[in-house]
Design a protein around this ligand. Structure first.
Ligand code: MLT
Length: 263
């Protein structure tokens, strides 16, 4: 089982393929395995590196009660790249993974060769959103991951998603640690506004959004793309919030030409 001892934790990761490095950061409340189609397909041309964040998949949760800040996910990602001898990578992230990719820009944009933001947004939570995060953190601590299956599964994937995708996402959610999920909810609640780092980013960037995303509308994705110089926006027809998993062929058709153009 590949793990890297970084920043005081044992970070599980997948590292598949050869070629330019593509780091993918998963969303909430999933794991590296939500990038299964990309690990299989994009690894034919790229070195696809996918960690499990603390408290997700096979990486143990951090200290009980301590929020998992997006900056920590970013620092763990940099430490993983160091461990693997990778100086610069295309940084991609789905939703919460996108928040963490933006935290990577804030910490050390020089290591981000290009940016791939999928079904995500740059703004912070408002006060009502922060309160909801805390309520959800308490509910998942009390009721377990089933709480997140009930409340999140219907908004993570489009109503027309196949039953196989539905089962796969449910399984990924249930495999996670409830304390890890609570920590990530509290960490997302304190994330900063990342519009400034996007406006400063000078590398190639692509924004992808599922046309049926119930959490990030295509209009919101466009507003984010407009903040980044030269960013390309692609909408994936029929897909919801997990466009990379729900419609992998369309996702790869959009992303491959972008990756091919990264110098
Ligand atoms: C995710 O998909 O990572 C989460 O829905 C993001 C969030 O709750 O803000």
């Amino acid at each position: 089982m590949p793990t890297a001892n970084v920043n005081g934790t044992s970070l599980y990761y997948e590292d598949r393929g050869r070629g330019p490095a593509l780091l993918l950061l998963h969303g909430f409340p999933l794991s590296s395995q939500s990038f299964r189609p990309q690990l299989d397909f994009l690894s034919k041309k790229y070195r696809v590196i996918v960690p499990d964040h603390r408290g997700f998949g096979k990486t143990p949760a951090g200290e009980a009660g301590k929020p998992l800040e997006m900056r920590q996910i970013a620092l763990d990602a940099f430490a993983l790249l160091d461990h693997l001898g990778v100086k610069q990578a295309v940084a991609g992230g789905v939703s919460m993974g996108g928040y963490a990719a933006m935290a990577m820009l804030r910490e050390n944009a020089g290591r981000v060769k290009a940016l791939l933001l999928v079904d995500t947004q740059p703004g912070p939570d408002d006060e009502a959103g922060k309160r909801k995060r805390e309520e959800n953190a308490q509910a998942v601590t009390r009721d377990g991951m089933q709480f997140l299956v009930q409340t999140m599964l219907p908004v993570l994937i489009a109503p027309a998603a196949s039953s196989q995708v539905k089962r796969e996402v449910e399984k990924l959610i249930l495999e996670n640690d409830k304390l890890g999920a609570a920590a990530a909810l509290r960490g997302m609640a304190v994330r900063p506004d990342s519009k400034d780092v996007l406006a400063r980013f000078a590398g190639p960037a692509m924004v992808v959004v599922g046309e049926q995303d119930a959490l990030i509308s295509p209009e919101k994705a466009k507003a984010m793309a407009d903040l980044i110089r030269g960013a390309q926006l692609v909408k994936i027809p029929g897909a919801g919030h997990l466009s990379n998993l729900e419609a992998p062929e369309a996702f790869h058709r959009a992303v491959e030409p972008f990756l091919a153009r990264v110098p």
